[in-house]
Design a binder for this molecule. Structure first.
Ligand SMILES: Nc1ncnc2c1ncn2[C@@H]1O[C@H](COP(=O)(O)OP(=O)(O)O)[C@@H](O)[C@H]1O
Ligand SMILES: [Mg+2]
Length: 601
């Protein structure tokens, strides 16, 4: 056996080159990290125009050009050295960092794992400097003609660290990460003009503006910006400003939440939690509020030195910030005349027991519901036209209560709806509870899968096309899914610049708010990696769409006929037992079980 001493060998000081390569592993994880560091440097250099360009998801090229202060020849060389920074000079500066960078690690780290060309010129200088480095080794420094500012061009990222290169995701996924960094920076610095090129095509151009809300309109939809409420509070040295969404423009996940602390984008669970608390009684339980919030605090009250990418920070007065955020949001929502929604609780049993949200049908209502559709003169007042297509053709008058024989649950009679969420039905051998939302999701899911199989799906033209403006990440997901959407009967045209016009929808999705449904679907799909295999992707799209069609939700009152259609259609589904996410659609209580509970057995 080897002794420890011989196994470890002697301590040596690593060469600067190796040290940089190791450090690069921490700071530079993927092409988007390069974009982030270079954009931050440009902002620190007081640039007013920043252009980012990426090829092959940044794998072959990522460049950032700015019109900032530039560097002289010495600095252009020194900036590639480790711990070379113009931003702090001593330990006491760490407590008052105002710039985005301060470690002097980014450029040497990027240079260590790529081929890098830096061209820079100071405004007063007659000429500029061009520095070329490969794998961290400077190969040439020359005087050069140059525009004012700095341009850093990074090619062949990770060419000398194959292990790292292998772990990069697809070009599409890496591009999405760059687009995310780009949009986040654009939000952060509205006064700077930002341009983004993807494989030489211009994909975004945001002119510098005076106000954050204008920038939000450029990045997202101008209509989206109109629906936001401003938020501003100052308390004991903490300032929170930004915009919050109305409860109605919430999203299916947290993709609409952006937090910045001292203009640094951060992920902070504690702030997401505070948002959830603030909106708790205002929004639907499975949606997340939108918020773009800038928090300014004394730099001494945060520790940004926790993680090399500076993505994570530690807040010293977290509780206090949560409290003022919650109070400010609630005040703002209250001022806008919004009142908490009546609690429509989730399906969890514990909550169902909560007396406030528990609603049973009165005997009169049940009688009405059951006799109504047993009566031969069942009136044809079908109050929810959006359901008629979803459940197939509405049956002719004279409908009776009889359900198709041999339906998989042997349901014979629907007794009514409880809590606006479950249908209660009698079966051949007991009792069934149908989760209306899960059942409906299953039905729509199978409709969509069938539409994929059929190829030609009848669609309904819209009189007036609906316009959607998508941000860069949404655009990317849309571009991937567009052919699939078209196949199932959507009519969607890419008008360029992030604008899409929807002029037809599949007949089985008569959704009033189809742009919201599409956007929700994109949000869901964009968080996961979209499967490459067509069949898997179709399933993912069908599940997301089915879930986002808001036709039958938990909490929606259904009339007798609607309940009947729902159960009938579920009965003909290929797999009626679970929703696309695997939750059960129906719970059966057998008479034996009921008898047991009553101690009859
Ligand atoms: N785009 C730029 N314009 C002007 N100077 C720059 C630019 N990028 C980098 N520098 C200079 O190079 C130094 C090193 O940059 P970097 O390695 O990112 O470290 P840091 O930003 O932490 O100081 C900076 O402190 C700055 O002086
Ligand atoms: Mg930097």
């Amino acid at each position: 056996m080897l002794s420890k001493r011989t196994a470890m060998g002697q301590i040596r000081i690593l060469s600067e080159q190796i040290a940089n390569k190791i450090a690069a592993g921490e700071v530079i994880e993927r092409p988007s990290s390069v974009a982030k560091e270079l954009i931050e440097n440009a902002v620190d250099a007081h640039a007013t125009t920043i252009v980012v360009s990426a090829k092959h998801g940044g794998k072959s090229l990522i460049s950032v050009t700015d019109n900032g202060c530039g560097m002289d020849r010495d600095d252009a060389q020194n900036c590639l050295l480790r711990h070379a920074t113009s931003k702090i000079s001593g330990i006491e500066d760490l407590g008052r960092i105002k710039t985005l960078g301060f470690r002097g690690e980014a450029l040497p780290s990027i240079a260590a794992v790529s081929r890098l060309v830096l061209i820079t010129r100071q405004p007063a200088a007659a000429t500029g400097t061009i520095v070329k480095a490969t794998g961290g080794v400077i190969e040439s420094i020359k005087e050069s003609a140059a525009a004012i500012g700095t341009s850093v061009e990074v090619t062949d990222l990770f060419f000398n660290t194959p292990a790292r290169k292998k772990f990069l995701k697809s070009e599409g996924a890496e591009y999405v990460a760059i687009a995310d960094v780009f949009d986040t920076a654009a939000l952060c610095f509205p006064w700077v003009s930002f341009g983004l090129y993807k494989n030489e095509d211009e994909v975004a151009q945001y002119a510098g503006c005076d106000r954050l809300i204008e920038r939000i309109g450029q990045i997202y939809d101008p209509r989206f910006a109109e629906q936001l409420y401003p938020l501003h509070v100052e308390k004991e040295g903490v300032t929170i400003t930004g915009y919050i969404g109305t409860p109605d423009n919430s999203r299916v996940n947290r993709s609409g939440q952006k937090f910045f602390i001292n203009r640094r984008p951060v992920r902070l669970v504690s702030l997401s939690w505070a948002l959830d608390q603030a909106y708790a009684e205002f929004k639907e339980h499975d949606r997340f509020p939108v918020a773009i919030l800038f928090i300014d605090i004394d730099p001494a009250a945060i520790d940004v030195n926790v993680h090399p990418t500076k993505r994570e920070v530690r807040l010293l007065n977290e509780r206090f910030i949560q409290d003022i955020l919650i109070t400010a949001i609630r005040n703002q929502l209250g001022e806008k005349g919004l009142f908490p929604k009546p609690a429509i609780k989730s399906l969890a049993g514990v909550e169902a027991a909560n007396a406030a949200s528990f609603r049973t049908m009165s005997f009169a209502e049940i009688r009405e519901a059951t006799t109504a559709w047993q009566s031969p003169e069942f009136p044809l007042h079908f109050t929810a036209p959006r359901l008629s297509n979803t459940y197939g053709a509405a049956p002719e008058g004279g409908q009776t209560a009889v359900l198709p024989e041999g339906n998989p649950f042997a349901i014979t009679r629907i007794l009514g709806q409880i809590q606006g969420t479950y249908l209660v039905a009698e079966t051949d051998g007991g009792l069934a509870l149908v989760d209306q939302h899960a059942a409906h999701e299953r039905i729509v899911y199978e409709e969509i899968l069938n539409a994929f199989k059929r190829r030609a799906t009848p669609s309904q033209r819209l009189l007036v096309p609906l316009m959607m403006h998508l941000d860069l990440k949404e655009q990317n997901a849309m571009e991937i899914c567009l052919p699939d959407f078209l196949r199932i009967g959507f009519g969607i045209n890419n008008l360029g610049g992030g604008t899409f016009a929807v002029d037809a929808v599949p007949v089985f999705l008569t959704e009033e708010n189809c742009t919201r449904m599409l956007q929700d679907t994109l949000h869901e799909l964009m968080e996961e990696r979209l499967p490459q295999a067509p069949e898997k992707r179709e399933q993912a799209i069908a599940a997301a769409l089915a879930c986002k069609t808001r036709t039958v939700k938990a909490g929606q009152r259904l009339d007798a006929r609607e309940m009947l259609h729902l159960v009938q259609r579920l009965g003909t589904a290929q797999n009626p037992h679970t929703c696309p996410h695997g939750r059960p659609t129906v719970i059966i209580l057998s008479s034996q079980e009921i008898e047991k509970r009553f101690k009859r057995r």
